[in-house]
Each structure stands twice: as C-alpha cells, then as structure tokens.
Design a protein around this ligand. Structure first.
Ligand code: PEP
Ligand code: MG
Length: 528
C-alpha cells in the first residue's frame, strides 16, 4: 500500500469530490506534413474552421457566462492578428502544426508573463484555442475521462470544462491555475469543486483521489481513516448546502431576531437572469469593469446595461460602482502599465484622470436612474477631494443633460471604504450618502498581502483583529452619523466570516449570487 500523498492549494470553488484521477495531458498525436505550402495553409484553414465549428456547437447549449467565453474564443480564431503569423511561417516553409504552435505559444507567453493576475488567467483561454486547432490538425480527440473523474494537470481548458458531464460528480485539481480564471468562475456557478495552486507533484499521480475544495487540498492513496474523515466532511458540506437552500426564500435574521439585509454582487447585466429578485434585498455592488472589458463602452451601451438591472430590481436598490479599472482589473486602452498597479492609478484615480471616459459613464448612470432605485458609489476613494470632484462631475453632467431636455435623475452618491485612510479617519466623509466596505481591498492593504498571491494567502484574512477592528469602527461611525454602512467584499458571503462581521456591527451584506443561501443560513446561526 503506497504512502498517502497530500498536496495543498487554494479553493477556487468549494465542495468535495472522490474519484479516479484523470491526467490532463497536452496534445500528443502526430501531424502528417503536406507536400506544398499551399496544402499546409489549406490544412490550417480547415482545422481553424473545425475548431470554430466545435466552439459554435458548444455555444448553442451554453448559458450567459459560458457563451461569453466561447464567443471570445471564436472571435480570437477569426482575428487575423492572431492567425496571420502562422500563415506567414507556413509560407516560409514551416508545417502547419509547428507554425500554429509557434504563433500561439508566442501569444500565450505574453499572457503568462504578465504581472497582472487578470491576464495570466486569460492564458488558459489562449492555450485552449491553440489545442483545439492542434487537435483538429492531428485528429486527436483527446482521451476520454471516466465518469466522476478528478481532472489533474497544469490547467484546464474552458471547452474541456463545458464538454464534461459533471452530473456524476468529479472535480478539478490544478498545479497552477487561478481562482480568477474563466473555468473557476464557471466551476463556482455550477458547483463543481475546484482547487488551484497545488504546485508541482513529486511523482506521477494516479489512482483514487480525495479532493477537498472547501479547504483547498487533495489526498492520493488515502488511509482508511482519511477516507472516513473525508466522507464525513463531504456529507456535512452537502447537508449544510441542502439546509442552506431552505433559507433562500426567507428574509435573513439571526438567532436573536436581528434582521440582516442580504444583497447580491453582479458584474454582467445577464447575471440577474438566473436570480429571483424576491430572494435578495437588491444589488449591493454592480461592478462595471466587465462592460469595460475589451473596449471602452459608449454611453448608450452602458445606459442599456444599467437600465436592464434597474428594471429587473424594481423598487429594490441597485448600487452601481463607477469603473474600478486597474490593479487586478486592467482594461486595455484605459489602464496604464505600472510597477505596482494595486497602489497606482486605479479606480477613482484613473476615472478622474480620464474624465472624458468618466463623464460618459456618469451620463449613462444619470439617465438610467429614472428607471429604478439607483445608488452610485466610487471605488478606491482615499481622500475627500476625490469624492468632491466626482460629485461635481455628476452635478455638471446632470445640468448638461437637463439643459438638453434629456430625462435624468441624481442618484445618492456613496463611497467604497477599502483604502485604510478612509477606514481609519472617516470624519471627512460625513456628507456622503452611504459607505460600502470593500473587504477584499481593505484586507490586502491592511495586511500588506496581495489578494491574488497564493504565497501570502495565509496573511490575507478579513478575520485578523486589525481588519475587524477597522470594520467595527466604520460601522460605529456610520451609526453615529446616520450613514448607512454595508459590506460588499467576498467575506460577506463566507459563512466562516459572517459571525465576526455581524458582531462588528454590520447589518447589510452583499454576496455573490451562488453564496446567497449559504450566507442566509450562516446568519441564522449567529447569536447576536
Ligand atoms: C472589494 O475590494 O472588497 C470589492 C468589493 O471590490 P473589488 O473586489 O471589485 O476590488
Ligand atoms: Mg475593491
């Protein structure tokens, strides 16, 4: 009996899976070279066509988020800037497979070496595109995984995820990977357990594995005692999740009867399609970086997106955050290259520096405000002058729209409390309409531990007394000054952090939709 092998990583999607390990191998089949460059070109064109066709087929059965990822891949395959260098290399005498691999590897290297997590996470999408075409060229369908398998490898392609039938269980264990990748987003929304950052393994792994994606680890060749303990944790997790579902339709209250508002965090307007508005108290955070993802959206595109969410929410509040580009959320053509992007020109700093972009967003928000209960907040506020300048731009744009006879309305303007200067000295902000604590950034800045760096994940804890003390003092300040305070960082949806947040005085949390039921169930267990 081999010794148990335990690897530790980071949970990217909570849950448990027990099953055979399936190694995700790179494409290995051999390509048969053609006689002429023209034939090589034709072979590559045909393979790109086959790959695009497969993606289009998957798109027909994909929903919002998955369809978006596939659309991006099809667009890349149709982009001459990506495929052109491969055709040039073929003209220079390379066979189609080598030309394609070389062209894509050069592109992938750019993503992989980026110092920004967002771009590194997109490298998986590019590798997927490369391998789709290589498979079509070599007619390698890829080995089939057994039902309920745990996929193990460097990274997993989004298409592999979408083609897999997860109804029989299974999970994902990655040596590298990222909790910010598209696959991680899909895994969270479909409840597929996933762990990333396991690092290189000391041996070639095979056999039955136990994947604990609640705490972030995997065990191979487990002992009998380990299997028993794992199954117990797994059923307790399932029981908690099932029990949580019963809380979804009810308002959230603690054991002592304290009411807690629970709102949702969204990014794309299509996120609301899968949410029943009666199960939440509104939208506590709509991130608008997604709209700014590939190109800068015009005023009309933004107006339509905001209006859709406001109409869906009816009378319930929708808090839209002005664009927080930069840091872990770069926007090509908008953000600037910087040595330390988390401490640089991000959020409100960039919006104020590029006021023509900011003004278009402001006009879209002022116009959308007439369609519901809109609140607007500014990200990364560090000093009151930033808030005042942003509020002045709102007033100017409102005057401009009104003068032109365009229907618009001034929404309440609030701020994110996520820079320690504001949490420590909030007095200057007594005039703002509301505070929303961004615990993701507040924690990383207080603990000096980047939110996207696995090596310092143990330091990045919202439950450290320094962070909790700041949160409690902001909640107390809000209560004294009658400024509503909510929290919209990931901690709000984390059952392990919820008791401490409520004890710190918070009564308003905003969570990812997938955590809504779990958050309400955790609130019901809090004593205060
Ligand atoms: C936060 O910092 O907690 C937050 C909600 O904002 P983001 O994660 O988008 O930076
Ligand atoms: Mg933030």
């Amino acid at each position: 009996m081999p010794e148990p092998l335990r690897l530790t990583g980071i949970s990217a999607s909570a849950g448990y899976a027990e099953g055979p390990l399936f190694n995700l191998e790179p494409v290995a089949a051999r390509y048969a070279s053609k006689a002429t460059a023209a034939e090589e070109k034709a072979a590559l064109e045909a393979a790109i066509g086959v790959a695009a066709g497969r993606l289009a087929g998957l798109m027909e059965i994909a929903d919002g988020e998955a369809a978006g990822i596939l659309e991006f891949q099809v667009a890349m395959l149709e982009d001459d800037a990506l495929t052109g260098p491969a055709f040039v290399a073929i003209t220079a005498g390379q066979p189609a497979d080598a030309a394609w691999r070389q062209a894509l590897d050069a592109e992938i290297a750019g993503y992989e070496t980026s110092d920004q997590d967002y771009f590194r996470a997109r490298a998986a999408d590019m590798r997927d595109i490369r391998d789709q075409v290589l498979r079509a060229l070599t007619e390698d369908g890829g080995a089939a995984a057994p039902a309920g398998a745990i996929f193990y490898g460097e990274d997993i392609a989004p298409t592999r995820f979408l083609e897999t039938d997860w109804s029989c269980g299974g999970g994902i264990a990655l040596k590298a990977g990222s909790a910010a990748s598209h696959v991680a987003m899909l895994a969270r929304s479909r409840g597929v357990p996933m762990v990333v950052g396991l690092g290189a393994s000391p041996a070639h792994l095979t056999g039955i594995a136990l994947l604990d994606a609640e705490h972030g680890g995997i065990v191979l060749s487990p002992s009998k005692a380990e299997i028993d303990a794992f199954r117990q944790s797994s059923s307790s997790f399932t029981a908690r999740r099932d029990r949580a579902r019963t809380y979804l339709d009810k308002p959230a209250v603690t054991k002592a009867g304290t009411a807690v508002r629970v709102q949702v965090n969204i990014a794309d307007p299509s996120d609301v399609d899968g949410i029943d508005i009666s199960t939440c108290d509104g939208v506590g955070l709509m991130r608008t970086e997604f709209l700014f993802g590939k190109t800068l959206p015009d005023e009309e595109t933004q107006y339509r997106a905001y209006r859709k969410v406001l109409e869906w929410a009816g009378e319930k509040p929708v808090t839209i955050r002005t664009v927080d580009a930069g840091g872990d959320k770069p926007v090509p053509g908008f953000t600037v290259e910087e040595g330390n992007p988390f401490l640089g020109l991000r959020g409100i700093r960039l919006s104020l520096a590029r006021s023509e972009v900011f003004r278009a967003q402001i006009r879209a928000l002022l116009r959308a405000a007439v369609h519901g209960n809109l609140k607007v907040m500014f990200p990364m506020i560090a000093v009151v002058d930033e808030y005042q300048r942003a509020a002045a731009l709102f007033a100017e744009e409102q005057a401009g729209l009104s003068a032109r006879g365009v229907a618009c309305k001034m929404p309440p303007l609030g701020i994110m409390v996520e820079v320690p200067s504001v949490a420590i000295a909030p007095e200057a902000f007594s005039g703002v309409a509301f505070f929303s604590i961004g615990s993701n950034d507040l924690t990383q800045y207080v603990m000096a531990a980047a939110r996207d760096n696995a090596a310092v994940a143990h330091l990045n804890s919202v439950r450290h007394p320094a962070v909790l003390r700041l949160i409690a003092s902001v909640a107390a300040f809000g209560q004294a000054k009658r400024i509503p305070v909510s929290l919209c960082g990931d901690a709000g949806g984390d059952p392990a952090s919820i008791p401490a947040l409520i004890e710190a005085g918070l009564r308003d949390l905003s969570v990812v939709p997938a955590q809504l039921a779990m958050a309400k169930a955790a609130i019901a267990d809090v004593a205060v």
